[in-house]
Design a protein around this ligand. Structure first.
Ligand code: GDP
Length: 164
C-alpha cells in the first residue's frame, strides 16, 4: 500500500513542527461493494459520483454475481449473528459492483460517505441516507480497517486488476 509522509520543515518553531506531523497524509485503499438493492435500481453511477466528489478514485471495478459460498465467506465474521442468513441471501439476490477505492484516509473517508449502517441513523447527504432501503438493504459495503481492507481487496481482485 502506498503511503505519503509530509516531512516537517527544518528550523520551524515547535508548533509548526507539530502541525506538520498532524497533517500526515496516508494514501489508502479500501474495498467497496455496491449492493444488489442499488444495482437493481440502476444507482451505480450516482453512488460512484459520491465517491469521486469526496476525492476517492475508483482504481478497480467489476460487476459480478456472488455465489452463496462467496457471500457466506465474505461475511463470515457475522456467522453467529441473527441476520447472517438474510444478509447472505440478499447479497446473492442480484449483481453487485465490487470496487477498490483509493485516496487519502480512504477507509475512514469512504465510511463517512457511506453513512451509518442503519439508514435511519445516517447523516444527510450520505449514500445510505439517500439511497438505502433498510438496515439489510443498505446499498453499500466498505472495509472498516486497514487489515480488513487488504483481506477484502484480495478476496475479489488480483494485483494486476488494480490500475492507478
Ligand atoms: P457495515 O460495516 O456498516 O456494513 O456494518 P456491519 O459490518 O456491522 O454489518 C454488515 C452488514 O450486515 C450491514 O451493512 C447490513 O447490511 C447488515 N446488518 C448489520 N446489522 C444488521 C442488523 O442488526 N439487522 C439486519 N437485518 N442486518 C444487519
Amino acid at each position: 500500500m502506498d503511503s505519503m509522509i509530509v516531512a516537517p520543515h527544518s528550523g520551524m518553531p515547535g508548533t509548526q513542527l507539530e502541525m506538520n506531523f498532524m497533517e500526515t497524509k496516508v494514501v489508502e485503499r479500501t474495498l467497496s461493494i455496491i449492493k444488489p438493492d442499488a444495482t437493481r435500481r440502476n444507482l451505480t453511477g450516482k453512488i460512484n459520483s459520491k465517491f469521486e466528489e469526496a476525492g476517492l478514485r475508483i482504481v478497480a471495478q467489476k460487476r459480478i454475481r456472488m455465489s452463496a459460498e462467496q457471500a457466506g465467506t465474505f461475511y463470515e465474521v457475522h456467522k453467529e449473528r441473527p441476520f447472517y442468513a438474510e444478509l447472505v441471501e440478499f447479497m446473492v439476490s442480484g449483481p453487485v459492483v465490487v470496487q477498490v477505492l483509493e485516496g487519502e484516509n480512504a477507509i475512514a473517508k469512504n465510511r463517512e460517505v457511506m453513512g451509518a449502517t442503519n439508514p435511519e441513523e445516517a447523516d444527510p447527504g450520505t449514500i445510505r441516507k439517500e439511497f438505502a432501503v433498510s438496515l439489510t438493504e443498505n446499498s453499500v459495503h466498505g472495509s472498516d480497517a486497514t487489515d480488513t481492507a487488504e483481506k477484502e481487496i484480495s478476496f475479489f481482485f488480483a494485483a494486476l486488476e488494480i490500475v492507478v
